[in-house]
Write a protein that binds this ligand. Structure first.
Ligand code: FO1
Length: 342
């Protein structure tokens, strides 16, 4: 059984940990229902690279690292990003020298990952090969592939705080970390996305999946950025696999992060139904066959179903591993029902 998931950072990584746990626990195949042992269930994760940034000459890939560290048990669980037992001595030294950016939390252990990645990239290895090599250490239990090996960097167009009335482009990380997404974003621009190609393995993972999952990642700067890589959305529209998404919005608000600021900038209401509509129903040219909303949003089920997306209201708060494993079970259960209905 092949499961392919698109993923951004913290929310997506937490969901994937539950998905992996559920699949490992399943006595029978989670989608086909065949008894265990009749076929290993593989999980392929297509990771967002729009958040990637050069910091002090190092290539930092926040969403890839968050998935790798979370599934490899190296993540700082409180922050949700960066390394467990982290120190920031190098950052303190850089700040003492007055070297910008001082707003980016670059941890000493994390620098180890960025040094290996940067050295490998400079030696000519593509990001997908470098990610595979880094995962050799972390053994995340999934195959993690960047959405593209090409440059595709999310920038945010905002009103210049130092010169109101003129637009400037900030790297997503500066908008997200330095300004906490407080500067109203006019729009997002993923620099280089038009020329980007799906990384090796991405098309195959979509074309040959038995189920495709959109975890509760940021729908704009994570999932939609992956979908913006030419070819990826079309592969999802054409695949035989059921496509099931999990709402990142519960009772009109994101549980963590600032997805509402991103949705607002894109003119999308912050609701489970609006995010489903943003992805669209595959039966009418969009991407989703199924959608999970939290029980608190059960009332929105009829309007989403009317749009052609089979919807289930289940608990979506990722409070612990059992909760996220239960969400994963509901996701695969819905996919299974969608597979068996013509
Ligand atoms: N997020 C913050 O809120 N503050 C930081 O200083 C910060 C540093 C950082 C370093 C490495 C990394 O992989 C992630 C980091 N993040 C930080 C999180 C990051 O901005 C977000 O996880 C994603 O880019 C959005 O999903």
């Amino acid at each position: 059984m092949r499961i392919t998931a698109l993923a951004g950072g913290i929310g997506g990584a937490r969901f994937l940990r539950g998905l992996r746990h559920h699949v490992q626990q399943a006595t029978s195949d989670p989608v086909s229902g065949e008894t265990a042992g009749t076929g290993l269930t593989e999980i392929t994760v297509i990771g967002n690279t729009g958040d990637d940034i050069w910091i002090h000459g190092l290539r930092v890939c926040p969403d890839l690292d968050t998935v790798m560290y979370t599934l490899g048990d190296g993540i700082d669980p409180e922050r949700g990003w960066g390394r467990l037992d982290e120190t920031f001595r190098a950052k303190e030294e850089l700040t003492a020298y007055g070297v910008e950016p001082t707003w980016f939390g670059l941890g000493d252990r994390d620098i180890g990952t960025h040094l290996v990645r940067t050295t490998s990239l400079n030696a000519g290895y593509p990001l997908s090969s470098v990610t595979e090599a880094l995962c050799e250490r972390w053994q995340p239990g999934v195959r993690l592939i960047p959405m593209t090996d090409d440059r595709a960097e999310t920038h945010v167009i905002v009103d210049d705080p130092d010169n109101p009335g003129t637009d400037i482009a900030l790297h997503f990380q500066e908008w997200w970390i330095r300004y906490r997404a407080s500067l109203p974003a006019r729009r997002f621009v993923v620099v280089g996305i038009e020329e980007a190609k799906p990384a090796p393995g991405v098309v195959d993972a979509l074309r040959n999946a038995d189920v495709i999952v959109f975890p509760p990642s940021n729908p704009i700067v994570s999932i939609s950025t992956i979908l913006a890589v030419p070819g990826i959305a079309d592969e999802i529209r054409a695949t035989r696999a059921p496509v099931v998404g999990v709402s990142p919005i519960i009772s009109g608000a994101p549980v963590r992060g600032m997805a509402d600021a991103c949705l607002r900038a894109s003119g999308i209401e912050t609701s489970a139904a609006a995010v489903a509509a943003h992805y669209g129903a595959r039966s009418s040219g969009g991407l989703l066959d199924g959608w999970l909303v939290d029980t608190s949003d059960a009332a929105s089920t009829p309007v989403i179903e009317q749009a052609g997306i089979t919807t289930r209201a289940v608990p979506l708060l990722m409070t612990d591993l059992d909760a996220t494993a239960a969400m994963a079970a509901e996701t695969l259960g819905l996919a299974s029902r969608l597979r068996s209905t013509p």
